[in-house]
Design a protein around this ligand. Structure first.
Ligand code: C5P
Length: 311
């Protein structure tokens, strides 16, 4: 008997992520940049509930403002469900209800987590039982960060960011996220980086050299050492994101003046991720940022990847 026959709903959950290190290499012919990144999945989750339906639809609720989100075929969750149906020959549809807690267009992979959780939920609802490798292949077709939202934990991403190898990690890292009221377009931030590199072509790393994750990052993750990780946090997209949204610089300074070991632009921004030495300091930092009328949330990592909660 398939799950679809026994259960009218499947609930799956996938995490947001912080790139604790992100080095961007050359622009490739496919429009993507060669990357080397260290991902950490964090405890802000997207919850997807999948119900049997004849066609494909999605609706949103959650702790973030979801009013601007597309709910047509351009939505990544619907694309994920359709792709799985095409791949497996499943002939029905699905109604997806998504509870969002990852900041939207914030550089924390919320849309990618929606796609990963939708893949897992539909696979369970439809009883299609796709293998792990095939799931990964579908995920990579949906977006560079989607494979990591499936995998979770701590991982190194190369290529577009979709070629994953797990990284050893221990301990628990405490983060405070300062969430901007505006979103930023990922392609726009990469394009700003390209423009900057063209302007300063003589001073930068030759494009032919593949980017590498700094060994200090791997060491800090392996040791579970927040102070070491704080010293090694790095994001090549930070300068272009700050160029496009200069106000973020002041918020970085505010966080670092209120207990953060270090702050970094998360992915392509504008969310800022502050690493705290412990949970008490994280709470104090959250209060200080909130007192400055910023939206601040706490999260910890690493956490698990996309999985079915119950069905
Ligand atoms: O794959 P995803 O939809 O997340 O990528 C969004 C955009 O970000 C791409 O169209 C591209 O402009 C940029 N990008 C990039 N290099 C990467 C990942 C994303 O240039 N490795």
């Amino acid at each position: 008997m398939t799950l679809a026959a026994t259960s009218p709903v499947v609930h799956a959950r996938a995490p947001g992520k912080i790139n604790v290190f992100l080095a961007v290499g050359a622009l490739q012919d496919d429009g993507y940049h060669d990357l080397a990144t260290a991902y950490q999945a964090v405890s802000l989750y997207e919850d997807v509930r999948a119900y049997p339906a004849d066609d494909f639809s999605v609706s949103f609720s959650g702790s973030v403002d979801t009013s601007g989100l597309e709910v047509d075929g351009s939505n990544l969750a619907i694309k994920a469900a359709r792709l799985l149906a095409r791949k497996t020959g499943y002939r029905g549809g699905v109604r997806l209800e998504i509870e969002k807690n990852v900041p939207i267009a914030g550089g924390m992979g919320g849309g990618s987590a929606d796609a990963a959780a939708s893949l897992i939920a539909c696979d369970a609802l439809w009883g299609t039982e796709l293998g792990k490798d095939e799931m990964h292949t579908l995920a990579a077709k949906l977006g560079a960060d989607v494979p990591f939202a499936l995998a979770g934990g701590t991982a190194i991403g190369t290529g577009r960011g979709d070629q994953l190898s797990p990284a050893l990690a221990q301990g628990n890292f405490h983060w405070v996220l300062a969430v901007a009221e505006f979103g930023m377009s990922t392609p726009a931030v990469y394009a700003e980086l390209d423009r900057h590199r063209e302007r300063h072509a003589a001073d930068i790393r030759p494009a032919a050299v593949s980017p590498q994750v700094d060994a200090r990052v791997l060491h800090a993750l392996r040791a579970g050492d927040s102070a070491l990780l704080a010293e090694a946090l790095h994001n090549d997209l930070q300068a272009p994101a700050l160029h496009l949204a200069p106000g973020l610089g002041q918020i970085l300074e505010l966080g670092e003046a209120n207990g953060a070991l270090a702050g970094i632009v998360s992915g392509s921004g504008p969310t800022l991720a502050f690493l705290a030495p412990d949970s008490d300091t994280a709470l104090e930092l959250q209060v200080a940022l909130s007192a400055s009328r910023l939206t601040a949330v706490r999260a910890h990592g690493p956490v698990h990847g996309a999985r079915v909660i119950h069905s």
